[in-house]
Design a protein around this ligand. Structure first.
Ligand SMILES: [Zn+2]
Length: 134
């Protein structure tokens, strides 16, 4: 039995998000970057989470905070709700997702976000996210 990638794809972590997190491969689409960022939370790759954030937004994030949140949360699964653009020929994209996790008090939480991504020099970056209205 092969363990599937944390992001919920049919590939293993080694074939799916790991090479993107390690920087040996670029995320081909906004969704692939989004998935790799979810997996990066699972494996606490905080430097990757900073690096894959668009340079204009990086000052808003602290590596320590990301690391703390990644570590104290028990990541359950990722659900991609919707994607707009973000494909090979696009330079902007939008991904709506739900990340299921248990917080430090072991309470079940869903992080629902619509994220905006931008491609620069062939690499996708996370720009910002909004919490969609329910
Ligand atoms: Zn993956």
């Amino acid at each position: 039995m092969i363990n599937k990638c944390f992001c919920g794809s049919d590939d293993t972590f080694e074939q799916c998000c790991k090479p993107i997190i390690d920087g040996t491969q670029s995320a081909p689409t906004a969704q692939a970057l989004m998935r790799s960022r979810y997996s990066a939370y699972v494996v606490v790759a905080s430097q990757y989470l900073i690096n894959s954030t668009h340079i204009s937004q990086r000052a808003n994030y602290s590596k320590t905070d990301i690391e703390a949140w990644a570590k104290e949360s028990h990541w359950q699964k990722l659900e991609i709700i919707d994607c707009k653009k973000g494909l090979l020929d696009d330079s902007v994209g939008e991904v709506e997702f739900k990340a299921y996790y248990k917080d430090s008090k072991n309470t079940f939480q869903i992080h629902h976000e619509k994220s905006v991504f931008k491609k620069e020099n062939g690499d996708w970056f996370y720009v910002s996210g909004i919490i969609p209205a329910h």
